[in-house]
Design a protein around this ligand. Structure first.
Ligand code: TMP
Ligand code: ZN
Length: 404
């Protein structure tokens, strides 16, 4: 039994996925020395945090070879432009506003504040991604965020009005240290806002592929509220976001006497209604996950038996969990189409499916496409009208297998 990374109590296992490769560990060539670790999702009944029971060293995941570039999707670009506008509206009336973004990636959000001349720092540990942010004019500190980094930024720039992070908090194992850093860096009336895939969406859709090495935590309002209290902060608002298959933007302030939006108590009661405060809610989740894997694999095998070909769409990080847990490999999928230049002609982690450019997909006469980037379904289906006119079908699998 492992110990909770937040409160040190004992964690109860939710799903043991077994041996997994690094989700973003795309290979230049198939090799026998690929790194594997044990992927286990667990739940802490004391502080209510869902988390990985064993974690991978950050250097194994966020290195110079990191392939997750935010700006590959038009919808995500739009989303982050709106997030930047929200931040701008919050800080623009302040005297010399200062914004810090944790995990600024290629600058997809901060570049909008650059053009509005807002004083900012973006923190990004992956060198290749940090370079892209610099090209977007973003002031980047190439490091991991912790108390030391927080003190360094405070010394150099002063305290922050806003600290934001999108798809980054859930990546950081030592979250207590991040929160201590946030408390150091944030102004007394400042706001921490962060968004990550939302546990309630994962449970409702059974979208277990969100569980992989980079996502150490799966936040609910219940667990974030507990975490905030631990650091003398308060969860003051929750706003749902449609990105990444369902995310939640959490708003936190210092102290315990802030005005709290009604949406907090609404989401917390929805979470309790699904038993996310006790282990029972997670037992049902595991059964649903295994059912989906079984049905998806059977559907793919039936298509192959009928002599048809299947390709994948979107070599996403999360598809590593799906493909490896359900054991879907090159016997079922010919290749995966992806528009990220650095992924093309590589092989997916573990099951070693080749990745090909979108041009190859467009010229291909296959009929079935496993939509691995299911969170971008609307954008992709709109874009692939020709494929659908030619009789092409997409296979999706959350909350159940659908071929349409
Ligand atoms: P993400 O869901 O983690 O953002 O990853 C999406 C992946 O899918 C990324 O590798 C880019 C790829 N992708 C395409 O190949 N075509 C598309 O139209 C979209 C939206 C994404
Ligand atoms: Zn705990």
């Amino acid at each position: 039994m492992s110990k909770c990374k937040i409160c040190n109590d004992s964690v109860m296992t939710v799903i043991p996925f077994g041996r997994m490769p690094i989700a973003n560990g795309f290979l230049n060539q198939i090799s026998s020395d690929e790194y594997f670790y044990e992927l286990i999702a667990g739940f802490c009944p004391k502080c209510l945090m869902v988390q990985l029971e064993k974690t991978v060293a950050p250097e194994m995941m966020f290195n110079d070879n990191y392939h997750f570039i935010s700006s590959t999707s038009a919808a995500m670009s739009q989303h982050f432009s709106e997030m930047a506008e929200e931040i701008y509206q919050t800080v623009s009336s302040k005297e010399s506003p200062f914004v810090v973004e944790l995990g600024c990636n290629d600058g997809i959000m901060l570049k909008h504040l650059v053009s509005k001349k807002i004083n900012h720092v973006g923190i990004e540990p992956s060198k290749n991604v940090a370079e892209l942010a610099r090209k977007n004019g973003v002031n980047v500190l190439e490091n991991f965020f912790n108390q030391d980094t927080a003190a360094e930024i405070t010394d150099n720039y002063g305290h922050a009005d806003i600290i934001s992070g999108a798809n980054v908090m859930c990546h950081i194992e030592n979250l207590n240290s991040v929160f201590e850093g946030v408390c150091t860096l944030l102004k007394e009336d400042g706001m921490l806002l962060f968004q990550d895939p939302y546990l309630l969406d994962i449970i409702k859709q059974s979208s277990f592929d969100q569980i992989y090495d980079e996502h150490v935590y799966y936040f609910s309002g219940l667990s974030v509220s507990e975490l905030a209290k631990r650091h003398n902060m308060q969860l003051v608002d929750m706003v749902h976001q449609d990105v990444h298959g369902g995310s939640m933007r959490f708003y936190l302030k210092k102290g315990n006497s802030n005005e709290v939006s009604e949406s907090v108590s609404e989401y917390l009661s929805q979470e309790r209604a699904l038993n996310l405060h006790i282990i029972d809610g997670y037992k049902k989740f595991k059964n649903n996950v295994d059912k989906i894997c079984y049905e998806l694999k059977n559907s793919l095998m039936d298509i192959k038996k009928a002599g048809k070909r299947i390709v994948g769409y979107g070599a996403t990080s999360k598809s590593t969990t799906l493909l490896n847990y359900a054991k879907i490999g090159t016997d079922l999928i010919d290749y995966i189409s992806d528009n990220t230049p650095t992924k093309i002609n590589k092989f997916t982690p573990g099951v070693h499916i080749p990745i090909r450019s979108h041009d190859i997909f467009l010229d291909d006469n296959h009929i079935y496409t496993l939509l691995l980037a299911w969170n971008h379904k609307r954008e992709i289906i709109n874009k692939e009208t020709d494929y659908r006119k030619r009789g092409g079908k997409f296979i999706t699998y959350f909350p159940e297998v659908v071929i349409e």
